[in-house]
Ligand binder design. Sequence first.
Ligand code: MN
Length: 729
Amino acid sequence: MDIVDKYYSELKAAVDTAFSPDEAAIIEKAFQFALVSHGEQLRKSGEPYIIHPIAVAKILIGFGMDCQSVVSALLHDVVEDTPVTSEEVRRLFGADVQHLVDGVTKLGKVPLANKEEQQAENLRKLLLAMSEDIRVIIIKLADRLHNMRTLQYVHEQKRRDISKETIEIYAPIAHRLGIRPVKEELEDLAISFLDPVAYKEIEDALADQEPLRKEFLENIKDKIATRIKTVVSDATVQGRIKSVHGIYRKMYMQGRSFEEIYDIYAVRIIVDTVGDCYNCLGVIHDMYKPLQGRFKDYISTPKPNMYQSLHTTLIGKEGIPFEVQIRTEEMHKTAEYGIAAHWKYKLGYKDKEADKKLEKGIGWVKHLLEAQSEADDATDILNTIKHDFVSDEVFVFTPKGDVIALPVGATVIDFAYAIHSAVGNKMTGAKVDKRIVQLNYVVKTGEIIEILTSSQPGKGPSRDWLNIVTTNEARTKIRNWFKKERREENIEEGKAQYEAQLRRNNMTLTDEQEEQLLTVIIEKQKMATVDDFFAALGYGGIVLSKIMPMLRDEYNKIVKAANDTAVKYKQAKTVSSEGVVVEGITNCLIKLSRCCNPIPGDDIIGFITRGHGVSVHKKDCPNVPDDIYNAPEAHRWIKVYWNSTVKTEFAASMLLTCLAGKTIMNDIFTALNAIHVTVQSINTRGTKDGRVLINLTINANSVEHLKSVMQRLGKLSGVLSVDRSGMDI
Ligand code: MN
């Protein structure tokens, strides 16, 4: 047990300096409880499991977190990994600790469709817990940090999965919370596992320049410190190197060479007051030549994660660019501990200012949960973090001067939705710096944006906007609007999408099979009705291309079953609504083929199609092989005959060849009227040799009936010939 003793004595030392004896006793109790609960469990490294909670607790003390956080850190895995229940945790350590531990405990095995959904659900739960108590996420980040530090022990695939999740989700959250060192360490560790070669390259490049850099930085630091003393009494000057991941991003995502990255070297100046910050800036710009366009004032315009500092890039004597960051002590704490710093202040003084900052710092969590709560797809929240959080940001202003942060590439519509869904939904246009712009206008840092709205009822976003917006937040809100406001339209739109997709994939179904298919689909999509499903397609809650593989599977199953049935029941007979009897098949759809339009009395034959029942042709139809017994698909041709009792009307087509004349159409209609024939359609076309071809479709109830109509028309003076024929003229 000495490794545990070693770890614990380190923690104990930290606890004794940070906490009162009473608090230290509670932490001790939590440690003993966790030690017993985890028992013989081992980590992948082979070390006793308890090492992990101890390490997490220690990280939290480093952040300056409170006693309950440290206790929860020690207990954070007992509910998930040991028989201990959440109720027991409450009894022994109180409701606050119970909530913290529950917050970081993953959801049990919820039956969800895939890994991504599982991940999204867990994340949603975490964000919910964190919106109630921000300490949850800070404990979770410390947990993740220690897991990443010891990730070399887990096997390759899991290592990659965890690294990916870390860089896509946890690092962005740490960034949003302003906990810079955690964000950077998580990213660097993830890159070292995901792209070890590139990581090594950057590390080597940095190591190569190490002696040079040291000298360079020391030199600049000295010079700056000396000059600054003349204007500012109490300043600390530090040197710092950009994180590996920061360099990696610029090299591999922005395509710059190592030499082209200006801020690998940075000098940080920490002073007492905001006034001193600007004084220092003046001195620095006097000492070195500033690079154009690289000055940023995050003091007057803090980043959304509350980060404040002045940034400027300068050219040193040797031509090497370097960045200088200037900030106060308090700003520095915020930069290092982010939300954790404010949370700590809040405990200490309970002051309103810290409260407000804390509220602002986690406002985005509530925002995110609100936007997500109405979306069906839990993965939306995941996408928002993955895409909206990691991009570089632009800062733009409302006419009132409030700053809004958006990912680079965001449009005025994204801006409108970032303010409020109601603003986006009523948007009719936008003004940037007082000039009207198009809706796809991409906003740039510093612009003042005014959204023009209409309060006219029924006004709403356009579906086209979904192709314009770049933030997930706007996309989700637009979809939500369509979901709520335009149900009928959505159903129609969704139905059209669905039908077009089936057509595109040559999937044809009988009405019955269609119903069968939709029943399976709505069940799989957890929808109550088919309309709900179509509506979801319509507003984009379900993406058709995503469910296509499933749909195709089900389709194949249904069609295959139908074809099997067709072969199996050889003895059965069926009479369809078309009045056709099919030998050997029950309950199947019968369609009179459009190529030859058979009507009762015609000699007919059936063909078993894939997916839409039996199509009935006239025996002399050109599409029927002369010798069906030796045709390529002989087994699909089956005997069918007319049911004598059925008397229905059929559409029958004929082609009339006539001499062009003023009265010919009138003559034809007069004749048809006289014998009470209903005309379904009539198409005419003139030919070059002065004739008129008329394709006439009428309702007939038998071959005899049709023949008599044809005879009658054939007797008209302008009619040269009358033929049973196809539809095309
Ligand atoms: Mn853990």
